[in-house]
Design a protein around this ligand. Structure first.
Ligand SMILES: [Zn+2]
Length: 322
């Protein structure tokens, strides 16, 4: 079962979380054709994005969708992971060229240095006129060096946009997508983060650095194979780590797609009667596949006719009659 473990360190302002997406991750890949879903390095980066998205959502506890997007200028044009407040997640990618078997972030998404990573927080109940919050970071470091790991990009984002010192370790293969997050807890009180350094603060930094360094010794292989208990013991056996018991009814990370026939219908309406009519005339029907879950929606001549008929003009017995 997919799991999220949250923990903190007694007496030290550092918290952490470990996510292991197993059944949910395999379901995502199976729906997109298993091993043929995407090239292997893209599957791996999507798994890392899903794991990172769950970790960030559980850390920010945002009432809405956290959307992680990487816009690429290489063979991969776009990679997306979306995680809802209840830890439902879905991913997709748009691959337009050949991806080498050993490709890392730069070769996939940042060939010309134009790759960007955007994190969008889209509130569940948006007020009229309210725009979702979005932060964008490049795929290179402070000295313009291209970053090869998604974890480095996201650490940069968390520091820049959320003012949170964060250590992330991510890995994914076709069985599991997993991640470890270690974070210095936001200091209490306004201005503490940017305020003058004091004795307390220096002590906190040392604790964070020590624990982040322990986390950095975790190998991809260990992250992918060790059960949560063994993994946390291996890293933090000298620390007094305290696990949060999951609250009753707290959902585990899981796959879910929010696509629906109604939404696809609205999209077709947006395309316009003429364009959709032409497709139906040519192919007998319109087929729209969901990029996230692979589900196919079909609209035949009658469906399309109903879609573009104003509600009041529909025949008695159709959906418009209440
Ligand atoms: Zn879907």
């Amino acid at each position: 079962m997919s799991e999220l473990q949250r923990f903190l360190f007694d007496g030290v302002p550092v918290r952490g979380a470990l996510v292991r997406l197993t059944d949910a991750w395999r379901e995502v890949l199976a729906r997109r054709g298993g091993a043929n879903a995407y090239p292997a390095p893209v599957r791996s980066v999507l798994g890392e994005m899903a794991a990172a998205g769950v970790l960030m959502q559980s850390s920010l506890r945002f009432e809405g969708a956290l959307v992680l997007q990487v816009f690429g200028d290489g063979p991969v044009k776009l990679a997306v992971a979306e995680v809802q407040h209840d830890l439902a997640f879905r991913v997709t990618a748009n691959v337009a060229g050949d991806v080498a078997a050993d490709a890392q972030l730069e070769a996939m998404l940042n060939v010309h240095g134009g790759g960007r990573c955007a994190i969008t927080l889209d509130p569940q109940r948006r007020q009229p006129g309210q725009q979702p919050y979005q932060g964008v970071v490049p795929l290179h470091g402070d000295r313009r060096e291209p970053l090869q790991q998604l974890s480095q990009v996201l650490e940069h984002y968390m520091l820049q946009s959320e003012q949170l010192d964060t250590k992330l370790v991510l890995a994914a293969d076709d069985r599991i997508a997993a991640g470890l997050l270690i974070q210095r807890m936001p200091a209490s009180g306004a201005g503490n983060l940017s305020g003058p350094r004091n004795e307390d603060r220096i002590g906190q930094d040392e604790d964070y650095r020590r624990i982040a360094m322990l986390a950095a010794t975790l190998t991809s292989d260990e992250l992918l194979t060790l059960p949560a208990d063994a993994l946390l013991r291996r890293l933090f056996w000298e620390e007094s780590l305290r696990r949060f018991e999951p609250r009753a009814g707290e959902p585990a990370p899981h796959f879910a797609c929010s696509c629906s026939r109604e939404r696809v219908g609205r999209m077709l309406l947006g395309l316009g009667a003429r364009e959709v009519g032409e497709i139906v005339a040519e192919q007998g029907q319109v087929e729209i596949g969901c990029e996230f879950c692979g589900l196919k929606y079909h609209f035949d001549r009658v469906d399309v006719g109903g879609l573009f008929t104003p509600a009041g003009a529909q025949l008695p017995g159709s959906a418009a009659v209440h």
